[in-house]
Design a protein around this ligand. Structure first.
Ligand SMILES: *[C@@H]1O[C@H](CO)[C@@H](O)[C@H](O)[C@H]1NC(C)=O
Ligand SMILES: *[C@@H]1O[C@H](CO)[C@@H](O)[C@H](O)[C@H]1NC(C)=O
Ligand SMILES: *[C@@H]1O[C@H](CO)[C@@H](O)[C@H](O)[C@H]1NC(C)=O
Ligand SMILES: *[C@@H]1O[C@H](CO)[C@@H](O)[C@H](O)[C@H]1NC(C)=O
Length: 472
């Protein structure tokens, strides 16, 4: 791991088109079913100037070419590729007051007057707009969409909706930061041109993550691969799950928030620090305990649950990729845990984190990447391999590291009141995908779940229980 990192990338020989790599291919397969629609939603206290915004977005896409690409599916070869035009022609789709009101009315009716804010409902609405659901031969679609929704005279919501194969959470947040800085600067009439050039530095078109695995890290002995595949193949699609409320109806994604105040966040983070574990282990443990207790089982009734932990690999690839490098450069580790009820939170958290970090130290995030991609595609092709055709492959997914957000000064200037970034999971995936941010010292998680496989009431209860477990 101490090798000198290679800091320049070898560009693909043909910049116009490049085929999807193996992990990207899995996402291209997952998105049509509803998993991997990444949405950033921003609540603004003033109406954005659409032409300024559109200009800024086009500049951003031109400097991050993979984001202006069109995804192309060829049925003859059953393969996906990205075609990159020389110029971005992004068109923001604006929804004015009355069309936004119409959308909100429909959402409220479908939701039985639930208590969510308009901002929250728009976020969910966007996660359920699937521009990639068609898989006809020669299907082609942009990977990046932007919309604005006018909530009332003063407030509006800006949404960016992106295909996850070209944009993981880290890339999406980098785009957001640059967009905020760019729009703010254009309001200040081109002052600070130097910074602007830096912001718009043209990023190369990267390759799939597989191409950057450090030499030797993806190899595993032949016998180990055999054993793991048997393990993954026979068991991995059939772990314990939350109760399924409706496994028949068409699914969408919904979100429940998990927020802690500053005091509780500090306590939780200090607890992790003194025990030498990361927050991901604690969130996973709280989820496991809440899930087990939600099923009303007897104590000592063991259940085996799967947890997926996502690792941002940019800093450990060869060459090392910059933190804002666009694309999908996360890898996953799948661990299973036996939970019996009455478990001690910190003890279970330690167990979760230790098994994760041991697997990572053994390079499982590189060596098992192909196996997990294979498993995901296998479930997509044969939903019946999963319990009740639920397509659930784990209970929870967490990120190894939370997003740390401390840009509140910038936020004030452009009237950014709130933002949420997360991705849909109603195709293949976990029952709860946790997207955690520590915003000005407060833990703020968007927990995404498939609906109506799970219901809002069920999830509000479960997430409420997780919070209670964390705070106590
Ligand atoms: C960087 O990458 C190039 C091309 O893949 C390779 O030839 C070279 O040896 C690498 N350098 C280092 C220091 O790893
Ligand atoms: C948007 O910004 C442009 C450029 O600054 C300006 O010319 C235009 O009048 C603005 N439009 C609105 C509706 O404010
Ligand atoms: C809706 O929100 C209000 C204010 O936060 C709260 O008092 C009320 O109990 C909530 N109703 C439901 C059904 O959750
Ligand atoms: C506009 O909507 C926002 C977000 O829902 C809300 O906070 C604000 O109070 C509303 N403003 C008016 C004038 O209704």
């Amino acid at each position: 791991m101490a090798e000198q990192p290679n800091t320049t990338l070898t560009p693909p020989s043909n910049l116009q088109t490049r085929p999807a790599g193996a992990t990207e291919y899995s996402w291209c397969r997952a998105v049509p079913g509803g998993t991997g629609i990444t949405v950033l939603a921003l609540l603004l206290s003033k109406s954005p100037n659409i032409s300024v915004l559109q200009n800024a977005l086009n500049k951003l896409l031109n400097s991050n070419p993979i984001l202006k690409s069109q995804l192309h599916y060829s049925s003859t070869t059953n393969s996906y590729s990205y075609t990159i035009p020389s110029n971005s022609h992004l068109q923001i789709q604006p929804f004015d007051l009355s069309s936004t009101a119409q959308i909100l009315r429909t959402l409220n009716n479908n939701n039985n007057l639930i208590n969510e804010t308009d901002f929250h409902l728009i976020l969910e609405h966007e996660m359920n707009q699937n521009s990639w659901s068609e898989t006809s031969s020669n299907f082609i679609s942009n990977v990046f969409f932007a919309s604005t929704y006018q909530l009332n005279e003063s407030s509006s919501v800006l949404t960016l909706r992106i295909h996850t194969s070209v944009c993981d959470r880290a890339a999406a947040l980098a785009v957001l930061r640059k967009l905020l800085e760019l729009t703010m600067m254009s309001e200040e009439e081109n002052e600070g041109g130097g910074t602007k050039l830096e912001l718009l530095k043209k990023m190369e078109v990267g390759l799939g993550i597989e191409e950057y695995i450090p030499a030797g890290k993806a190899n595993k002995p032949f016998w180990a691969r055999g054993i793991d595949m048997v393990g993954y193949g026979l068991n991995s699609l059939r772990f314990s799950n939350l109760k399924f409320m409706d496994s028949e109806s068409t699914r969408g994604s919904q979100v429940v928030k998990l927020e802690l105040n500053k005091e509780d966040t500090d306590r939780v983070l200090d607890g992790c620090k003194t025990r030498g574990i990361k927050l991901c282990g604690l969130l996973a443990a709280a989820g496991l305990i809440a899930a087990h207790s939600s099923k009303g089982l007897n104590e000592n009734q063991w259940e085996k649950y799967a947890i997926v932990t996502l690792i941002n690999c940019r800093s450990i690839l060869d060459p090392v990729l910059s933190p804002d490098f666009p694309g999908f450069y996360h890898s996953a580790i799948l661990n299973t845990h036996d939970v019996k009820g009455g478990d001690d939170l910190w003890e279970l958290a330690k167990r979760c984190y230790t098994s994760f970090i041991n697997a990572k130290n053994n390079n499982k995030h590189f060596s098992d990447m192909g196996d997990l991609n294979f498993l995901m595609c296998k479930a997509i092709d044969n939903p019946g391999l999963t319990p009740s055709s639920s397509l659930r492959t784990s209970l929870i997914s967490v990120f190894e590291d939370p997003v740390i957000d401390t840009t509140s000064i910038l936020h004030q200037e452009i009237g950014l009141e709130d933002f949420i970034g997360c991705a849909s999971v109603h195709g293949v995936g976990p029952s709860i995908a946790i997207f955690d941010t520590i915003r000005d010292g407060q833990l703020d998680c968007a927990c995404v779940y498939p609906f109506p496989l799970h219901t809002r009431e069920q999830m509000q209860e479960l997430i409420g229980e997780m919070k209670r477990i964390l705070v106590d």
